[in-house]
Write a new protein. Structure first.
Lengths: 540, 236, 104
């Protein structure tokens, strides 16, 4: 980093044009990314409040804080909001929207107005979700299983389903925009194998969004038709099959978890290359592994149906393929480690987030294998083991990657640096808090504590109290992050164009923050990604 | 805006490429009209893939229940009016022809061709919806609407057939309504001379959407209407 | 593939009319077949005809014949993905009876 004072660039996308209307009617992918960032942060906070409710209830073995029915609403809404309104959009709609065009050397996404539409759909979906919360909540579990959701639940099921449907449509539009942009708007010289791995990851994610999300849309439509219009589809009394709902639901919802993790893996590739000052080891393997995860991810949904009366032969097939889908993730992890080996590691805060990611994702991924094993799953299904497994991946993995990426690219997006010591503190708080929250849950699940119960046998209390304690520390870590990032917008040191000395079009060819059309001159690419060995990189 | 290129109104040929430095309809983030058209076409196909998966979920439910309840499925199908369904199939096939001709008219710069064919497409689409209305009215009259007045004397799985019938054809009809709306916009623009050999993307991608809705019906017709035809009967 | 370029071919009206007539004819065929009992073949024939008609629309009316290879891959993938859903889901239901389990 240079020591000379840096002048704040004029005419960045943040300055011109001015006024609320110019933001609400913008076609600029960077502004849309920031609009999304604000919205998803709000929903993250709301989802976090529901989590707080859960953890507070679970401090004591008896269900004494809230009635059981209310507890059902707490965990359901926590799940619905975190999944549909935070995790699924998170990296794609913020970092993806901001950097996909820049990384391919384009002035914007292929369809800027549709991009704006996708944000409005997200907001409308969010408002409908809040209406559902206000109108009685939802107590079906985020999985909406029938026949409870279609016939028995007295809560705002239809509204909640509409909210998820709308958010899903928003995500489809994002995915479709990325696919066309990456195929048709790459700058001259930018062949597929010169693309940053973040782009490969976003591309794979977009494939999943396109092929999977419509299925949850139709599934929720069928649910709403049965519940609100009285059209029997899954009703066993008429001959319908509740397990069909599960097949249709999980056909999307399993690939959905890859929507949540693949972008994070793309972020990690970018950060690891920059942190290590090295080309990513096995670039092509990492690129193809994203595609492999996206494709294989569509073939494993039955592992959510092992105990549902699904045939044992189907279970066998799904179990084997589930184990296979772990392989490309392992390939990535090995390649990141190999990249960092003998790299010139710099210990700035993104490094902390990345290392946190790698450890936590590893544990989360490995525990997935336990659950993929048919016999073990009978014991572990619907216990806290499952809860711990998916939180390790989605929070320990996806959210740490998101925060790592947010920190790494913060100077580029906002033109400001955040206070480095606080950033490191926040990463450590999140890591410690996270492990304290969720590691005990592996033990609890193995010992037999079921999920979605508001009370438990007294012998489980110690682990539950530890978990709640951890959740508090985790919350503090996130809160600290929010505070100093907001603070930096006004008071942070002005950032140079390339504070990390990283390779990449966003670092080398745009200012911090970029101008509205990104580049001052047309981009022509002549070198591979992460070409640290090739050229001297200028800091600042 | 008149298009000044020479064009053939009929017959085959390759359209001359527009060599204007910056076509007024070219959006700022594209570097050529070709790139814009290819992006739009690819984009519409990617969107249609989502529609395939959307309708696909319905076909999945259909597939399972037909496997489980073949007699109820045949009996349910027998209650459907094959004549009306067949007529609608023909109507949609005609509308696909007129739609293709409308796009072709834009490609060769015939404003009249676009307007006439778009009007025909819209009228045919509206005809489809009118026939559908009469069909649905018949179902109401015969107590075949689940959740509303379904005849309790009929075997229960038949109610599943009718649920899927209404949902599948209903969502299809909704797509038709949206399609007609899109075509009305295209009609207004075409009438104003907006499209020509150098710019016809919107008509083409709207056409893709329209053809897709036709394809869904091509599958719905035999799967819903023709199951029980060989059992005799075939009209409600 | 970045600069893959589909020539802007204008399909002759004759071709469109031919396809149109074929679609109508095959609609008649599928109706005729349905009136007769071919046993287990009724469904494959109906599906086969529908797939053939849909292919005509995709290839000619939608112009995929003249599109880039990428577009063709996109079209095929969509239908293929549906196949994945059908095959793996029905795989469950069909194989449930293979293993004798009390109560099933």
């Amino acid at each position: 980093m240079t020591t000379a004072p840096v002048q704040e660039p004029r005419n960045s996308y943040l300055d011109a044009p001015h006024g609320i209307a110019s933001w609400l009617l913008t076609k600029d992918h960077k502004r849309i990314a920031m609009l999304y960032l604000i919205s998803i942060t709000i929903f993250f906070a709301i989802g976090g409040l529901f989590a707080l409710g859960i953890r507070l209830e679970l401090l004591t073995p008896k269900g004494d804080l809230v009635p059981g029915d209310t507890y059902n609403k707490l965990f359901t809404l926590h799940g619905v909001i975190m999944i549909f309104f935070f995790l699924i959009p998170s990296i794609p709609a913020t970092l993806g929207n901001f950097f996909v065009p820049i990384m391919v050397g384009a002035k914007d996404l292929a369809f800027p107005r549709i991009n704006l539409l996708s944000w409005y759909l997200y907001v409308i979906g969010g408002i409908i979700a809040l209406a559902a919360v206000a109108g009685g909540g939802l107590d079906t579990g985020w999985t909406f299983y029938t026949p409870y959701s279609t016939q028995a639940s007295q809560t705002s099921v239809t509204l909640a389903a509409m909210a998820a449907f709308t958010a899903g449509f928003s995500s489809i539009l994002t995915g479709f925009n990325f696919i066309v942009t990456i195929h048709r708007m790459r700058a001259p010289g930018l062949t597929w194998f010169r693309l940053p791995l973040f782009i490969w990851a976003q591309y794979a994610t977009s494939l999943v969004m396109i092929l999977g999300t419509p299925v949850i849309a139709i599934t929720l439509t069928l649910l709403m038709a049965e519940r609100s219009l009285g059209f029997p589809i899954f009703d066993p009394k008429i001959g319908g099959d509740p397990v069909l709902f599960q097949h249709l639901f999980w056909f999307y919802s399993h690939p959905a978890v890859y929507i949540m993790i693949l972008p994070g893996m793309g972020v990690v590739s970018e950060l690891v290359a920059s942190i290590s000052r090295k080309q990513i080891f096995g670039y092509a393997f990492v690129a193809f592994s994203s595609l492999a995860i996206a494709i294989l991810g569509f073939l494993v949904w039955g592992h959510h149906l092992f105990v549902s009366s699904q045939s044992i032969y189907a279970g066998l097939v799904f179990s084997i393929i589930t184990m296979l889908v772990a392989v490309p993730s392992a390939v990535k992890t090995f390649n990141w480690a190999a990249t960092m080996y003998k790299g010139a590691i710099t210990w700035e805060s993104p490094t902390y987030w990345v290392i946190g990611f790698m450890g936590l994702f590893l544990i989360g991924g490995l525990t997935g294998l336990f659950l993929a094993t048919l016999g073990l799953d009978i014991h572990l299904t619907d216990t806290y083991f499952v809860v711990a497994h998916f939180h390790y991946i989605m929070v320990g993995g996806a959210i740490m990657a998101f925060l790592g990426g947010l920190h790494f690219w913060w100077p580029k997006m906002t033109g400001r640096m955040y206070p480095e010591p606080l950033a490191k503190a926040s990463a450590i708080l999140v890591f410690v808090g996270f492990n304290l929250t969720f590691f005990p849950q592996f033990l609890l699940g193995y010992l037999g504590m079921p999920r979605r119960y508001h009370e438990y046998p007294p012998e489980f209390q110690v682990l539950n109290v530890a978990s709640t304690g951890g959740a508090t520390i985790l919350g503090l870590g996130y809160g600290l992050c929010l505070v100093y990032l907001l603070w930096s917008l006004k008071k942070g040191q002005i950032a140079p164009a390339n504070p990390w000395g990283a390779k990449g079009l966003e670092w080398e060819k745009t200012q911090s923050p970029p101008t509205t059309f990104n580049f001052d001159e047309d981009v022509i690419v002549t070198e591979p990604a992460y070409n640290y060995a090739g050229t001297k990189v200028h800091h600042g | 805006m008149a298009d000044v290129h020479a064009s053939t109104a009929a017959g085959t040929g390759v359209v001359a490429h527009d060599v204007h430095a910056h076509h007024p309809r070219q959006q700022h983030h594209f570097y050529s009209m070709d790139q814009q058209l290819e992006a739009s076409t690819l984009g519409m196909w990617v969107f249609l893939v989502t529609e395939i998966m959307f309708f696909g979920g319905l076909f999945m439910a259909y597939l399972l229940y037909r496997y489980w309840y073949p007699e109820a499925w045949a009996a349910g199908s027998n209650h459907l009016n094959v004549l009306m369904g067949g007529l609608n199939t023909a109507v949609l096939i005609c509308s696909s022809l007129t739609m293709a001709l409308a796009v072709r008219s834009a490609q060769v710069g015939s404003r009249m061709g676009q307007v006439v064919n778009l009007i025909l497409t819209i009228l045919l689409g509206a005809t489809f919806l009118v026939v559908k209305y009469f069909e649905y009215a018949e179902k109401f009259k015969h107590h075949l609407v689940p959740g509303v007045n379904f005849d309790p004397a009929l075997p229960r799985p038949e109610q599943l057939f009718f649920s899927l019938y209404f949902i599948m054809t209903g969502i299809h009809a909704l797509h038709m309504v949206i399609g007609i709306g899109i075509m009305l916009v295209m009609l207004v623009w075409a009438a104003r001379g907006r499209f020509g050999p150098s710019y016809y993307g919107p008509v083409e991608v709207s056409g893709l959407y329209w053809h897709f809705v036709d394809i869904v019906w091509i599958f719905l017709f035999p799967l819903l209407y023709l199951l029980g035809a060989h059992l005799g009967h075939g009209g409600a | 593939m970045d600069n893959a370029h589909a020539p802007h071919v204008v399909t002759p009206i004759r071709t469109y009319i031919t396809i149109f007539v074929m679609l109508l004819i095959f609609t008649g065929v599928t109706y005729w077949v349905a009136l007769h009992d071919f046993g287990a073949l009724n469904t494959p024939i109906a599906l086969g005809v529908a797939i053939f008609k849909a292919s005509l629309v995709v290839i000619y009316f939608m112009g995929v014949r003249y599109n880039t290879p990428l577009t063709k891959v996109v079209v095929v993938s969509g239908f293929f993905w549906l196949l994945i859903m059908f095959v793996l889901t029905m795989g469950d239901y069909v194989s449930r009876s293979w293993l004798g389990v009390p109560g099933r």
